[in-house]
Design a protein around this ligand. Structure first.
Ligand code: A2P
Length: 337
Protein backbone atom coordinates (compact mmCIF):
# COMPACT_ATOMS: atom_id res chain seq x y z
CA UNK A 1 0.00 0.00 0.00
CA UNK A 2 1.26 3.45 -0.88
CA UNK A 3 2.34 5.53 2.12
CA UNK A 4 2.36 9.28 2.34
CA UNK A 5 4.37 12.10 3.82
CA UNK A 6 1.76 14.09 5.72
CA UNK A 7 2.15 17.60 7.13
CA UNK A 8 -0.23 18.98 9.77
CA UNK A 9 -0.25 22.77 9.78
CA UNK A 10 -1.45 23.88 13.21
CA UNK A 11 -0.37 20.64 14.85
CA UNK A 12 -0.34 22.20 18.34
CA UNK A 13 -3.94 23.42 18.07
CA UNK A 14 -7.28 21.84 18.97
CA UNK A 15 -8.01 20.58 15.44
CA UNK A 16 -4.38 19.74 14.63
CA UNK A 17 -4.07 17.57 17.73
CA UNK A 18 -7.29 15.78 16.78
CA UNK A 19 -5.97 15.25 13.23
CA UNK A 20 -2.89 13.50 14.62
CA UNK A 21 -5.08 11.31 16.84
CA UNK A 22 -7.44 10.39 14.00
CA UNK A 23 -4.66 9.58 11.50
CA UNK A 24 -3.31 7.20 14.12
CA UNK A 25 -6.69 5.70 15.10
CA UNK A 26 -7.68 5.03 11.50
CA UNK A 27 -4.26 3.72 10.59
CA UNK A 28 -3.89 6.14 7.70
CA UNK A 29 -0.87 5.06 5.63
CA UNK A 30 1.57 7.67 6.92
CA UNK A 31 5.21 7.32 5.89
CA UNK A 32 6.36 10.47 7.69
CA UNK A 33 4.39 12.94 9.78
CA UNK A 34 5.51 16.56 9.85
CA UNK A 35 3.91 18.68 12.59
CA UNK A 36 4.02 22.40 11.74
CA UNK A 37 2.98 25.44 13.76
CA UNK A 38 4.13 29.02 14.36
CA UNK A 39 7.59 29.98 15.59
CA UNK A 40 6.03 30.18 19.09
CA UNK A 41 6.01 26.38 19.09
CA UNK A 42 9.70 25.93 18.33
CA UNK A 43 10.96 23.23 20.65
CA UNK A 44 7.49 21.75 21.29
CA UNK A 45 6.87 18.08 20.59
CA UNK A 46 3.72 16.21 19.61
CA UNK A 47 3.05 12.49 19.89
CA UNK A 48 2.30 10.27 16.94
CA UNK A 49 2.19 6.45 17.16
CA UNK A 50 4.00 6.58 20.49
CA UNK A 51 6.82 8.71 19.11
CA UNK A 52 7.65 12.24 20.17
CA UNK A 53 8.10 14.42 17.11
CA UNK A 54 9.49 17.96 17.06
CA UNK A 55 7.19 20.67 15.82
CA UNK A 56 8.71 22.76 13.03
CA UNK A 57 7.90 26.24 11.89
CA UNK A 58 5.43 26.40 9.00
CA UNK A 59 7.48 28.01 6.24
CA UNK A 60 7.22 27.33 2.48
CA UNK A 61 10.31 25.09 2.30
CA UNK A 62 8.82 22.77 4.96
CA UNK A 63 6.46 21.37 2.28
CA UNK A 64 9.26 19.91 0.13
CA UNK A 65 8.52 16.19 -0.29
CA UNK A 66 5.09 16.40 1.38
CA UNK A 67 2.25 14.49 -0.35
CA UNK A 68 -0.69 15.64 1.79
CA UNK A 69 -0.88 18.82 3.89
CA UNK A 70 -3.75 19.12 6.36
CA UNK A 71 -4.21 22.79 7.27
CA UNK A 72 -5.83 23.78 10.58
CA UNK A 73 -4.11 27.05 11.52
CA UNK A 74 -6.75 29.52 10.35
CA UNK A 75 -7.46 31.56 7.26
CA UNK A 76 -4.40 33.81 7.16
CA UNK A 77 -1.98 30.87 7.41
CA UNK A 78 -3.88 29.01 4.67
CA UNK A 79 -3.87 32.11 2.44
CA UNK A 80 -0.13 32.42 2.90
CA UNK A 81 1.01 28.81 2.75
CA UNK A 82 -1.53 26.59 0.91
CA UNK A 83 -0.30 27.67 -2.54
CA UNK A 84 3.32 27.16 -1.40
CA UNK A 85 2.47 23.59 -0.44
CA UNK A 86 0.67 22.98 -3.76
CA UNK A 87 3.60 24.49 -5.67
CA UNK A 88 5.81 21.85 -4.05
CA UNK A 89 3.53 19.01 -5.10
CA UNK A 90 1.36 18.54 -2.02
CA UNK A 91 -2.41 18.10 -1.99
CA UNK A 92 -3.84 20.58 0.53
CA UNK A 93 -6.92 19.74 2.59
CA UNK A 94 -7.81 23.04 4.20
CA UNK A 95 -9.95 23.46 7.28
CA UNK A 96 -10.19 27.28 7.11
CA UNK A 97 -12.67 29.39 5.19
CA UNK A 98 -9.96 30.75 2.89
CA UNK A 99 -11.03 28.81 -0.22
CA UNK A 100 -14.39 27.22 0.58
CA UNK A 101 -16.41 29.39 -1.77
CA UNK A 102 -13.76 29.50 -4.53
CA UNK A 103 -15.48 27.88 -7.55
CA UNK A 104 -12.26 26.04 -8.39
CA UNK A 105 -11.98 24.48 -4.93
CA UNK A 106 -14.17 21.49 -4.09
CA UNK A 107 -15.92 21.75 -0.72
CA UNK A 108 -16.33 18.18 0.42
CA UNK A 109 -18.09 15.96 2.93
CA UNK A 110 -17.09 12.45 1.81
CA UNK A 111 -20.48 10.91 2.70
CA UNK A 112 -22.30 13.65 0.76
CA UNK A 113 -20.37 14.79 -2.33
CA UNK A 114 -17.28 12.58 -2.77
CA UNK A 115 -17.46 13.11 -6.57
CA UNK A 116 -16.45 16.75 -6.13
CA UNK A 117 -12.98 15.65 -4.94
CA UNK A 118 -11.86 14.74 -8.46
CA UNK A 119 -12.26 18.33 -9.67
CA UNK A 120 -9.55 19.63 -7.36
CA UNK A 121 -6.56 21.68 -8.53
CA UNK A 122 -4.41 21.06 -5.50
CA UNK A 123 -6.68 22.38 -2.74
CA UNK A 124 -9.78 20.74 -1.27
CA UNK A 125 -11.74 22.60 1.39
CA UNK A 126 -13.27 21.15 4.52
CA UNK A 127 -16.62 22.81 5.34
CA UNK A 128 -17.33 24.81 8.46
CA UNK A 129 -18.06 22.52 11.43
CA UNK A 130 -21.67 23.61 11.90
CA UNK A 131 -22.35 23.19 8.18
CA UNK A 132 -20.91 19.67 8.04
CA UNK A 133 -23.06 18.13 10.74
CA UNK A 134 -26.24 19.76 9.40
CA UNK A 135 -25.61 18.73 5.78
CA UNK A 136 -24.81 15.16 6.88
CA UNK A 137 -28.40 14.91 8.15
CA UNK A 138 -30.04 17.00 5.42
CA UNK A 139 -28.57 15.21 2.39
CA UNK A 140 -30.36 11.85 2.79
CA UNK A 141 -33.65 13.68 3.36
CA UNK A 142 -32.98 15.95 0.38
CA UNK A 143 -32.31 12.94 -1.83
CA UNK A 144 -35.61 11.35 -0.77
CA UNK A 145 -38.07 14.26 -0.87
CA UNK A 146 -36.12 17.46 -1.75
CA UNK A 147 -35.86 20.29 0.77
CA UNK A 148 -37.28 23.75 0.06
CA UNK A 149 -36.27 25.67 3.19
CA UNK A 150 -34.03 25.27 6.24
CA UNK A 151 -34.09 27.32 9.45
CA UNK A 152 -31.22 26.51 11.80
CA UNK A 153 -30.12 27.76 15.20
CA UNK A 154 -26.81 26.53 16.58
CA UNK A 155 -25.46 25.96 20.08
CA UNK A 156 -21.71 25.88 19.42
CA UNK A 157 -18.97 24.69 21.76
CA UNK A 158 -15.90 26.73 22.62
CA UNK A 159 -13.48 24.10 21.26
CA UNK A 160 -14.49 25.33 17.79
CA UNK A 161 -12.70 28.59 18.55
CA UNK A 162 -9.51 26.81 19.61
CA UNK A 163 -7.47 25.87 22.65
CA UNK A 164 -7.43 29.45 24.01
CA UNK A 165 -11.21 29.50 24.16
CA UNK A 166 -11.35 26.19 26.04
CA UNK A 167 -8.87 27.56 28.58
CA UNK A 168 -10.81 30.82 28.84
CA UNK A 169 -14.06 29.00 29.63
CA UNK A 170 -12.37 26.88 32.33
CA UNK A 171 -10.75 29.96 33.83
CA UNK A 172 -13.94 32.03 33.80
CA UNK A 173 -16.02 29.25 35.38
CA UNK A 174 -13.57 29.12 38.31
CA UNK A 175 -13.37 32.89 38.64
CA UNK A 176 -17.11 33.48 38.57
CA UNK A 177 -17.71 30.72 41.14
CA UNK A 178 -15.10 32.46 43.32
CA UNK A 179 -17.03 35.69 43.04
CA UNK A 180 -14.49 37.31 40.70
CA UNK A 181 -15.24 39.23 37.53
CA UNK A 182 -13.33 37.77 34.55
CA UNK A 183 -12.10 39.99 31.75
CA UNK A 184 -12.95 38.32 28.43
CA UNK A 185 -10.14 37.93 25.91
CA UNK A 186 -11.18 35.42 23.25
CA UNK A 187 -14.86 36.46 23.08
CA UNK A 188 -16.34 39.96 23.40
CA UNK A 189 -18.14 38.96 26.63
CA UNK A 190 -17.59 36.25 29.27
CA UNK A 191 -18.67 32.90 27.86
CA UNK A 192 -19.02 31.21 31.27
CA UNK A 193 -22.68 31.12 32.39
CA UNK A 194 -23.55 33.03 29.23
CA UNK A 195 -24.83 32.61 25.65
CA UNK A 196 -23.37 34.74 22.85
CA UNK A 197 -25.40 35.22 19.63
CA UNK A 198 -22.21 36.20 17.87
CA UNK A 199 -19.78 33.93 16.00
CA UNK A 200 -17.22 35.55 13.70
CA UNK A 201 -17.79 39.09 12.37
CA UNK A 202 -21.07 40.79 11.43
CA UNK A 203 -21.67 42.31 8.01
CA UNK A 204 -24.07 45.04 6.80
CA UNK A 205 -26.96 42.58 6.58
CA UNK A 206 -26.81 42.02 10.36
CA UNK A 207 -25.79 38.41 9.82
CA UNK A 208 -22.53 37.00 11.13
CA UNK A 209 -19.98 35.40 8.84
CA UNK A 210 -20.63 32.06 10.56
CA UNK A 211 -24.29 32.37 9.56
CA UNK A 212 -23.40 33.11 5.94
CA UNK A 213 -21.01 30.16 5.95
CA UNK A 214 -23.92 27.87 6.84
CA UNK A 215 -26.05 29.34 4.03
CA UNK A 216 -23.47 29.43 1.25
CA UNK A 217 -21.52 26.29 2.04
CA UNK A 218 -24.68 24.20 2.35
CA UNK A 219 -25.82 25.33 -1.10
CA UNK A 220 -22.41 24.61 -2.62
CA UNK A 221 -22.06 21.12 -1.11
CA UNK A 222 -25.64 20.17 -2.01
CA UNK A 223 -25.29 21.70 -5.49
CA UNK A 224 -28.51 23.68 -5.07
CA UNK A 225 -28.37 27.49 -5.22
CA UNK A 226 -32.14 27.70 -4.84
CA UNK A 227 -32.20 26.11 -1.38
CA UNK A 228 -33.72 28.66 1.05
CA UNK A 229 -31.78 28.68 4.28
CA UNK A 230 -31.39 31.01 7.24
CA UNK A 231 -29.17 30.57 10.28
CA UNK A 232 -28.65 31.98 13.76
CA UNK A 233 -25.30 30.88 15.18
CA UNK A 234 -24.72 31.01 18.91
CA UNK A 235 -21.76 30.25 21.18
CA UNK A 236 -22.64 28.41 24.39
CA UNK A 237 -20.51 27.44 27.42
CA UNK A 238 -20.03 23.83 26.28
CA UNK A 239 -16.46 22.52 25.97
CA UNK A 240 -16.93 20.31 22.92
CA UNK A 241 -19.67 19.30 20.41
CA UNK A 242 -21.98 21.60 18.52
CA UNK A 243 -25.75 21.15 18.79
CA UNK A 244 -28.26 22.42 16.26
CA UNK A 245 -32.00 22.89 16.13
CA UNK A 246 -32.93 22.45 12.47
CA UNK A 247 -36.36 23.08 10.97
CA UNK A 248 -36.95 21.98 7.38
CA UNK A 249 -39.73 22.22 4.84
CA UNK A 250 -39.62 19.41 2.33
CA UNK A 251 -41.11 19.43 -1.19
CA UNK A 252 -42.87 16.10 -0.73
CA UNK A 253 -44.29 14.83 2.53
CA UNK A 254 -41.92 12.90 4.79
CA UNK A 255 -43.40 11.27 7.85
CA UNK A 256 -41.45 11.17 11.10
CA UNK A 257 -41.09 7.39 10.76
CA UNK A 258 -39.80 7.67 7.22
CA UNK A 259 -37.32 10.34 8.30
CA UNK A 260 -36.08 8.07 11.09
CA UNK A 261 -35.69 5.19 8.67
CA UNK A 262 -33.85 7.24 6.05
CA UNK A 263 -31.53 8.76 8.62
CA UNK A 264 -30.79 5.47 10.35
CA UNK A 265 -29.59 4.03 7.03
CA UNK A 266 -27.48 7.07 6.12
CA UNK A 267 -23.69 6.71 6.41
CA UNK A 268 -22.15 8.45 9.40
CA UNK A 269 -25.51 9.18 11.07
CA UNK A 270 -26.81 7.72 14.31
CA UNK A 271 -30.46 8.21 15.19
CA UNK A 272 -30.98 8.59 18.94
CA UNK A 273 -34.62 9.43 19.28
CA UNK A 274 -36.60 7.98 22.16
CA UNK A 275 -37.67 11.09 24.05
CA UNK A 276 -40.04 9.11 26.31
CA UNK A 277 -36.98 7.26 27.60
CA UNK A 278 -35.06 10.54 27.81
CA UNK A 279 -32.88 9.44 24.88
CA UNK A 280 -31.72 12.30 22.71
CA UNK A 281 -28.25 13.44 21.64
CA UNK A 282 -26.27 15.47 24.18
CA UNK A 283 -22.90 17.15 23.61
CA UNK A 284 -21.51 15.56 26.79
CA UNK A 285 -22.26 12.07 25.44
CA UNK A 286 -21.39 12.67 21.79
CA UNK A 287 -17.91 14.10 22.46
CA UNK A 288 -15.31 11.68 21.08
CA UNK A 289 -17.73 10.02 18.62
CA UNK A 290 -17.35 10.04 14.87
CA UNK A 291 -21.05 9.93 13.98
CA UNK A 292 -23.48 12.79 13.63
CA UNK A 293 -26.32 12.15 16.10
CA UNK A 294 -29.91 13.06 15.26
CA UNK A 295 -32.85 13.08 17.66
CA UNK A 296 -36.07 14.93 18.57
CA UNK A 297 -37.32 14.12 15.06
CA UNK A 298 -40.84 15.47 14.97
CA UNK A 299 -43.40 17.04 12.70
CA UNK A 300 -43.65 20.81 12.46
CA UNK A 301 -47.42 21.19 12.56
CA UNK A 302 -47.27 24.89 11.60
CA UNK A 303 -46.58 24.17 7.90
CA UNK A 304 -47.50 21.49 5.37
CA UNK A 305 -44.31 19.48 5.04
CA UNK A 306 -42.30 20.50 8.08
CA UNK A 307 -39.89 18.54 10.27
CA UNK A 308 -37.78 19.46 13.28
CA UNK A 309 -34.44 17.82 14.03
CA UNK A 310 -31.90 18.08 16.83
CA UNK A 311 -28.39 17.41 15.53
CA UNK A 312 -25.26 16.98 17.67
CA UNK A 313 -21.72 16.15 16.54
CA UNK A 314 -18.15 16.42 17.74
CA UNK A 315 -17.03 19.61 16.03
CA UNK A 316 -13.33 18.73 16.35
CA UNK A 317 -13.85 15.28 14.82
CA UNK A 318 -16.58 15.13 12.14
CA UNK A 319 -16.75 18.94 12.08
CA UNK A 320 -13.05 19.28 11.27
CA UNK A 321 -10.27 16.69 11.68
CA UNK A 322 -12.17 13.50 10.84
CA UNK A 323 -13.75 14.98 7.72
CA UNK A 324 -10.31 16.12 6.52
CA UNK A 325 -8.81 12.67 7.13
CA UNK A 326 -11.77 11.03 5.37
CA UNK A 327 -11.06 13.22 2.32
CA UNK A 328 -7.43 12.04 2.40
CA UNK A 329 -8.62 8.41 2.72
CA UNK A 330 -10.95 8.80 -0.23
CA UNK A 331 -8.08 10.17 -2.32
CA UNK A 332 -5.74 7.40 -1.21
CA UNK A 333 -8.34 4.67 -1.90
CA UNK A 334 -9.05 6.06 -5.37
CA UNK A 335 -5.41 6.64 -6.29
CA UNK A 336 -6.01 10.39 -6.45
CA UNK A 337 -2.86 11.18 -4.50
P1 A2P B 1 1.03 27.83 17.75
O1 A2P B 1 0.67 26.88 18.83
O2 A2P B 1 2.48 27.82 17.42
O3 A2P B 1 0.47 29.22 17.94
P2 A2P B 1 -6.15 26.69 17.91
O4 A2P B 1 -7.18 26.71 16.80
O5 A2P B 1 -6.36 25.60 18.89
O6 A2P B 1 -6.01 28.04 18.54
O7 A2P B 1 -4.75 26.37 17.18
C1 A2P B 1 -4.24 27.15 16.14
C2 A2P B 1 -3.06 26.43 15.50
O8 A2P B 1 -2.57 27.26 14.43
C3 A2P B 1 -1.88 26.22 16.44
O9 A2P B 1 -1.23 25.03 16.13
C4 A2P B 1 -1.00 27.43 16.12
O10 A2P B 1 0.35 27.23 16.40
C5 A2P B 1 -1.19 27.49 14.62
N1 A2P B 1 -0.79 28.80 14.11
C6 A2P B 1 -1.23 30.01 14.50
N2 A2P B 1 -0.59 31.00 13.82
C7 A2P B 1 0.27 30.38 12.97
C8 A2P B 1 1.21 30.83 12.01
N3 A2P B 1 1.38 32.12 11.76
N4 A2P B 1 1.93 29.90 11.32
C9 A2P B 1 1.75 28.58 11.57
N5 A2P B 1 0.87 28.09 12.48
C10 A2P B 1 0.14 28.98 13.17
Amino acid sequence: MKKYNVAIVGATGAVGQTMLKILEERNFPVKRILPLASSRSNGHVVEFRGEKIKVQEAVPSAFEGIDIALFSAGKSVSMKLASEAVKRGAIVIDNSNAFRMDPEVPLVIPEVNPDHIKKHRGIIANPNCSTTQMVMALKPIYDAVKIRRVVVSTYQAVSGTGINAVEELKQQLKMILNGENPKPEVYPYPIAFNVLPHIDIFDDTGYSLEEWKMVNETRKIMDDDTLAITATTVRVPVMNCHSESVNIETKDKLTVNMAREILSKAPGIKVMDEPQLKKYPLPGDVSGSDEVFVGRIREDFSVNNGLNLWIVADNLRKGAALNAVQIAENMSNNALV
